[in-house]
Design a protein around this ligand. Structure first.
Ligand code: UDP
Ligand code: MG
Length: 139
């Protein structure tokens, strides 16, 4: 079993897609090990996306992620990282496969509704970011 981190970004929460996204995640065989609604501070958003510091889109990304509450989840299943990336689709919603969450709800390459960890290592790092005790203990 593997852990990955799903975020429903501010647009997904504001536009009332939480229920749809959780239903889809459960249908796809993920077990929710942690779940919380949180509004990120600037320092939290910058820490979460530290790897992108210096990129042209970094400031817009931080402003977007601070713009309203998000839902963070720790998800478990076999091959969780790759399987979640399949469900959310490509970063740019216009390039995301039909049926993916970003194709359905995303606005553009910046405002793309959901985040999913991109490696097993980041799945662990990012779930610990939001659930520092232990996702298996309910976060
Ligand atoms: N992003 C952006 N412009 C870009 C690339 C990324 O605004 O050209 C934003 C977008 O919200 C994306 C996030 O930065 O989801 C993280 O980028 P990454 O390349 O890690 O994409 P992801 O892993 O989210 O698909
Ligand atoms: Mg990424």
């Amino acid at each position: 079993m593997e852990l990955t981190c799903l975020l429903i970004k501010p647009d997904g929460v504001a536009e009332a897609h939480i229920g749809h996204i959780i239903t889809r995640i459960e249908k796809e065989g993920f077990t929710i090990r942690g779940l919380r609604l949180i509004r990120l501070t600037r320092s939290q958003a910058e820490a979460f996306y530290a790897i992108h510091r210096g990129r042209a889109f970094f400031e817009d990304l931080i402003t977007y992620m601070m713009g309203g509450p998000i839902v963070a989840m720790a998800l478990e299943r076999d091959d969780a990282v790759e399987q979640l990336r399949r469900v959310i689709g490509a970063t740019d919603p216009t390039e995301a496969e039909e049926g993916t969450l970003r194709a359905r709800f995303g606005k553009d390459i910046g405002v793309n509704t959901v985040h999913g960890s991109d490696s097993v290592e980041n799945g662990i790092r990012e779930t610990l970011f939001f659930f520092p005790v232990s996702p298996s203990q309910g976060g």
